[in-house]
Write a protein that binds this ligand. Structure first.
Ligand code: ADP
Ligand code: MG
Length: 488
């Protein structure tokens, strides 16, 4: 696994304040938001969300994608921060020298970028590789913050890309800001289009050489595991003919093998491949008239030619949630969904039952594998056996449509945690898994806050660091606090 140091050395405690912007490039949607952190573990958030056009995921040049992102930021500012935006334009037009105006009116923006990045500074990082179906070769190796800032500048927007944030780190920060109680969050995990986790590791355990500055005083650093690529060699992961088929037809065969068994982008496709095999098999009567003729509803079951069942990625994971949620004897909601979404007309009860069983198996396997990653991190923190944290909750923040919307996903994770050596019934009770609502926005804002603080104290940073160190050496108790950093 990549195990990428993030240079984030502490998690927030809920007292952070200020107005920030955040954008989130996930695998499916692009979100733009502004966040007001109130400093009392609460926040106010305004956002827009747009689907990323499929053609931009495989655009000829990265400029096309980033120009689209900047355009959405402009639309957001015009819609939700009109005054701020207009004032900026006025200032720009009336000021002769380009650096003559104060950049205090410039929004600090946290950029949540949910792809593997080699981070070299708080707002600087180069793309290692694309995942989740994206493929724009010229972006690999480039600084994604610079790519976004260039397009923002072309539109003259009052926005500075202040921080680069992995969605897992954002989730960890957001959950820690809002989570109840004194204990900081130990893991932020994503189960959305893709899957990944970031956790708090002891600096002493990090053997990788680290360049760049970071605060060593906490003794911790957040590590982005990139666990989606766990066991690409398939030493321990389950592997079915459908997993093999899915991987072969993907844009990145042989990598992200754990992710391909766990996350939203892939689960529907696994189900689809199973269905496809069953439909080809003459001895299996799935979605065939034989069932429906002695069944209720209309008499003929048919699958439209344009049905997603026949197309790669044609079966969205969300229908698996419908299947899992429908526990009525007639499965009428699921049968309606099969009609309206997959164009499978008049499915019989038995067809719907078969679909539910297959989707349930794929979903449950995903949840059980998810629990393995969570358990591994919990065991690594040592909190299960550390007497000083005995009885304390072990807090975990999660985000992503799969964990948020798939019914019983968290219950199935808990069921698995109880069965894992070193965790068990008692251990599972201590693990508190909570959705980090709006995690990516709040998390990015929190890291933009850290970054803005670093900008403001650039001249004094070393001085303050020195002061803190000497205070520690002399065992003084009165240590000057950093001035509170706000963007408004
Ligand atoms: P992103 O990964 O872009 O941040 P999300 O967290 O919303 O976005 O995850 C999107 C993924 O979740 C897609 O792969 C989609 O198929 C899947 N998904 C969306 N809605 C549901 C649902 N109701 N149940 C299960 N999976 C879903
Ligand atoms: Mg996301």
């Amino acid at each position: 696994m990549s195990q990428i140091p993030t240079y984030v050395t502490a998690v927030p405690n809920g007292t952070e304040k200020g107005l920030y912007m955040a954008v989130d490039l996930g695998g499916t949607n692009f979100r733009v938001c502004s966040i007001h952190l109130n400093g009392d573990t609460t926040f106010n958030l305004t956002f827009i969300k747009v689907p990323i056009p499929k053609e931009l995921m495989v655009a000829q040049s990265s400029q096309e994608l980033f120009a689209f992102l900047a355009k959405q930021i402009e639309i957001f500012l015009k819609t939700h921060h009109e005054q701020h935006f207009e004032a900026h334009v006025r200032r720009r037009l009336t000021i002769s020298s380009p650096d003559g105006y104060k950049d205090e009116n410039v929004f600090r923006l946290g950029f949540t970028f949910s792809f593997p990045v080699r981070q070299v500074g708080i707002n600087k990082g180069t793309l290692i590789r694309w995942t989740k179906g994206f493929d724009i070769p010229d972006a690999v190796g480039k600084d994604v913050c610079a790519l976004l800032q260039d397009e923002i500048d072309k539109l003259h927007l009052p926005v500075k890309v202040a921080a680069l944030v992995n969605d897992t780190v954002g989730t960890l920060m957001a959950r820690s800001y809002t989570s109840p109680g004194k204990t900081g969050t130990v893991l932020g995990a994503i189960f959305g289009t893709g899957t990944n986790g970031a956790y708090v590791e002891k600096l002493a355990n990090i053997k990788k050489p680290m360049t760049g500055d970071y605060d060593k005083s906490t003794g911790d650093m957040v590590i982005n595991t990139e666990w989606g690529s766990f066991d690409n060699q398939l030493n321990v992961l389950p592997n079915t003919t459908w997993d093999i088929e899915l991987d072969k037809a993907s844009v990145n065969p042989g990598i992200q093998m754990y992710e391909k068994r766990v996350s939203g982008m892939f689960l529907g496709e696994i189900v689809r491949l199973v269905l496809q095999d069953m439909l080809k098999n003459p001895s299996i009567s799935l979605f065939k008239d034989e069932n429906s003729s002695h069944n209720d509803w209309r008499s003929t079951t048919s699958i439209a030619q344009q049905s997603g069942v026949y197309q790669q990625w044609g079966l969205d994971t969300s229908i698996m949630s419908v299947a899992a949620a429908d526990n009525t004897p007639e499965l009428s909601t699921l049968r309606q969904e099969l009609e309206s979404v997959l164009h499978i007309y008049s499915p019989a009860l038995e067809d719907a039952q078969a679909f539910k069983a297959i989707a349930g198996a794929v979903g449950r396997r995903a949840a059980r594998l998810s629990a393995v990653a969570i358990a591994a991190v919990v065991l690594q923190t040592g909190k299960m056996t550390d007497p000083s944290s005995e009885g304390e909750p072990i807090d975990i923040g999660v985000d992503g449509s799969l964990v948020e919307h798939y019914p019983y996903f968290r219950d199935m994770i808990y069921e698995t945690l109880r069965a894992i050596d070193g965790i068990g019934e008692e251990g599972a009770k201590r693990i508190r898994i909570g959705i980090a609502k709006d995690g990516s926005g709040v998390g990015a804002a929190l890291i933009a806050l850290v970054a803005a603080g670093m900008e403001k104290t650039k001249d004094t940073a070393d001085y303050l660091g020195e002061l803190r160190l000497s205070a520690k050496r002399n065992d003084l108790t009165a240590v000057p606090e950093d001035s509170e950093a706000t963007a408004d």
